[in-house]
Design a protein. Sequence first.
Length: 110
Amino acid sequence: MENTFELIYAVVRRIPRGRVATYGQVAALAGNPRWSRVVGYALHVNPYPGEIPCHRVVNRFGEMSRAFAFGGVQVQEQLLMDEGVEVRGGRVDLERYRWFCAPGDLGGER
């Protein structure tokens, strides 16, 4: 049985380059829509930042994390812009860049 952080990391690994997901969206896809804060904790201690693209997770308004663990807001913005995501005023346009994935699309990985 996978632990909560492993479930979260499996979802975040699936967010494609050039797309973002919200903490709530990741929580729901990982199995519990009430885990939004847990998603934040898991990403803050991301053991594989090059493999688990936590920079692709933003809040429900499309805003960067002020506590981005790997260098701050500017680093998160730059990583997203390097992937073609437009960031304006510290926000991503969720209508344009949000990744949509149904729970069933995660297959056995969840």
